[in-house]
Every structure is written in C-alpha cells, then in structure tokens.
Design a protein around this ligand. Structure first.
Ligand code: DX5
Ligand code: ZN
Length: 217
C-alpha cells in the first residue's frame, strides 16, 4: 500500500501536537518534517528543538527532510528524534560520507535531489540509502505546483533499483494531490509527501484516504 507522509509545513503551528495526532489517527505512515535554514532554500522553518518536542507525542516515524547547508553539523541533533534523515545531494560536498554519518547514528539515510538535478548525480550512492526523495517542486514552500518533468526520473530510479537488486523506498515531495499521486505511483513511487493536500483540508482522514485511493488506481 502506498505510504502517505503528511508534511507539517502546512499544519497550524499554534496547535502542532493536535495536528500530528489527527494525521496519526488518519493513518499517516511518516510525519514529514521540513527543515529549512534560509540559505539552501529561501525560507526558515523547523529546528531540532521542535523535532524533539514532536517525537514523544506520536508513534509515527519522523521523516526529517534537511534543506540546509552543511547538514553534517546538525545530523547528530536530528538523529535523536528522526527515523529517517534525508539530505540534498546539492548541499553535500561529501555525500557518501554524510549518508554514512546518518547511519552511524542509527537513523535511516535518504538522499534528495531538486527538480533540476539529474538522477545520475545520485546513482553512485544508491547502495548507501534506505530512501530516495525526488522533489517535484523547488524546495522552500508548501502549496506549489507539481513539476511533471520530474516523472521520468521516478521511473529511472525505480529501474536502477530493480537492476541493482536494491530495496530503498522512493518518495515524492511537492504538489502531490489526488490528481498527481497516481502519476507518481505508476512510475514506481512508494511514499508520497503531502502538505497542503492534507493540512489545508478540514477532514484530514478523508484527505489522506483520497490521495491513497487515487495513488492505487
Ligand atoms: C517543500 C517541502 C515539502 C512541502 C510540500 O520545500 O519539502 O515537503 O511541505 O508541500 P505541498 O504538498 O503543499 O507541495
Ligand atoms: Zn519536504
């Protein structure tokens, strides 16, 4: 079954605990935590203190998406609360080393690429990861439109996974809704991040069910 990872970027931060409990009860598979530093992306969001505060209130694994420069410096802090930490290829000078650093903290490593980055850039590290995250928007904000030109990259990564006999998950982030979800899963995606398509709806269970149902058509 397709996994759904609601992104708390679009949640009401004044009642974040309740928002997370609501999507947990609605069947969220991961809680997607968007960390932005105002340098790698033009926005500032969540730090390790917030991730630490969320961790004890939910049984859903935290999927921490680091959109920051020099992620190595912050991995030890996020490792306290994260089940998965994803780092951008574009932000890592020594990508292989950074992925191993994440694993050394007992956390699943994932690699992310922006829409403008070719899939080839991460082929050499596919053996090191538990998850590949493909951005279908330029990172920085929720509520942007799905960039459909990324779709062939989903199929390419899925084909390499098969050829190389690997088992990482393929996650898609940006502009996912009931219309774009099936395009992702038809091409090999396993996990769909959804921010505005979940948190901008009054009934989060209906929103998650709708995305999952359309993804599995
Ligand atoms: C974008 C973030 C996304 C964002 C997705 O930079 O990485 O996780 O919250 O939001 P939607 O689903 O609204 O595109
Ligand atoms: Zn994200």
């Amino acid at each position: 079954m397709t996994k759904i990872a609601p992104s708390i970027l679009s949640a009401d931060f004044a009642k974040l605990g309740e928002e997370i409990k609501e999507v947990e009860q609605a069947g969220a598979d991961y809680i997607h935590v968007d960390v932005m530093d105002g340098h790698f992306v033009p926005n500032i969001t969540i730090g390790p203190l917030i991730a630490d505060a969320i961790k004890p209130i939910t049984n859903v694994p935290l999927d921490v998406h680091l959109m920051i420069e020099n992620p190595d410096a912050y991995i030890p802090q996020f490792a306290k609360s994260a089940s998965i930490i994803t780092v951008h290829q574009e932000a890592c000078v020594h990508l292989h080393r950074t992925l191993q650093l994440i694993r050394s903290h007992g956390v699943k490593p994932g690699v992310v690429i922006n829409p403008g980055t070719p899939a080839e850039m991460i082929k050499p590290v596919l053996t090191e990861v538990d998850l590949v995250l493909l951005m279908t928007v330029n990172p920085g904000f929720g509520g942007q439109s799905f960039i459909k030109e990324v779709v062939p990259k989903i199929a390419q990564i899925a084909a390499w996974r098969e050829e190389m006999g690997l088992h990482f998950e393929i996650e898609i982030d940006g502009g996912v809704n009931e219309v774009t979800a099936p395009i992702c899963t038809e091409n090999g995606a396993d996990v769909l991040v959804a921010g505005s398509a979940v948190f901008n709806q009054s009934n989060r269970k209906e929103a998650i069910d709708l995305i999952r149902k359309s993804a599995e058509k």
